[in-house]
Design a protein around this ligand. Structure first.
Ligand SMILES: Cc1cc2nc3c(=O)[nH]c(=O)nc-3n(C[C@H](O)[C@H](O)[C@H](O)COP(=O)(O)O)c2cc1C
Length: 162
C-alpha cells in the first residue's frame, strides 16, 4: 500500500458513490416472536444466478442490526414510484408497519404490497464489510410487477423514470 496516497475524504466518498443511481428497497425480517422490523436500503444487488443469491449491506450501528444478525429469513421489498413515504418511514422508524398493506412470509416476515418486486430469502452467508455487514440471502420466493414503475435514488434525492 502506498502510504503517500492522500486519505479518502468521507464526504467526497459518499458524494461519489451517490452518483450511482439505484432503486430503493425495504428489507424486512422478524425475530421469530412476532416482532418485525424493516430498513430502507439502496445497497441491494443480485449476486448469483445458480444458486439464486442476492445481497445488501447493513450499517453495524443500525437499530435493526441485532435482529438481522439473528440470521432469520428476510424479504427484499423493491419499492414502487408511489412508495417514497414507505422508504422514508423505514429509514427513520424500523418497527412501524401501521396502515401498511402486508402479507406475511415465513416466520412473520412482512411482504409489503404494491412493490415492483418481492424476494423472500433464506439466510445464506454474512461477510465483514467494514462498518457494514454484507448479508447474502438465497432466494426462495419471488414475485414481480413489470407494469409498475420503480422508485429511484440518485445523489441523495428520490426520482422516477419519466
Ligand atoms: C435511500 C436510502 C438508502 C439507504 N441504504 C442503506 C443501506 O444500504 N444500508 C444501511 O445500512 N442503511 C441504509 N440507509 C439508512 C437506513 O435506512 C437507516 O436510516 C439507518 O440504518 C438508521 O436507522 P436507525 O435510526 O434505526 O439506526 C438508507 C437510507 C435511505 C434513505
Amino acid at each position: 500500500m502506498d502510504t503517500n496516497e492522500p486519505a479518502i475524504d468521507k464526504t467526497r466518498f459518499r458524494e461519489a458513490c451517490g452518483h450511482y443511481a439505484t432503486g430503493v428497497a425495504v428489507v424486512t425480517t422478524s425475530n421469530g416472536n412476532g416482532s418485525a422490523v424493516g430498513v430502507t436500503v439502496n445497497s441491494f444487488t443480485s449476486v448469483s444466478l445458480d444458486p439464486p443469491l442476492v445481497q445488501f449491506s447493513l450499517d453495524r450501528k443500525a437499530s435493526v442490526f441485532g435482529t438481522f444478525e439473528q440470521s432469520n429469513p428476510f424479504v427484499i421489498n423493491v419499492l414502487a414510484r408511489d412508495q417514497e413515504a414507505v422508504s422514508r418511514r423505514f429509514s427513520g422508524k424500523s418497527d412501524d408497519f401501521d396502515g401498511l398493506d402486508c402479507e406475511i412470509w415465513q416466520k412473520d416476515c412482512p411482504m409489503i404490497q404494491g412493490c415492483v418486486a418481492t424476494l423472500g430469502c433464506e439466510p445464506y452467508a454474512a461477510y465483514d464489510g467494514g462498518d457494514h455487514l454484507i448479508i447474502l440471502g438465497r432466494v426462495a420466493y419471488l414475485d414481480c410487477q413489470p407494469e409498475v414503475d420503480p422508485l429511484l435514488f440518485y445523489r441523495g434525492s428520490y426520482g422516477n423514470f419519466t
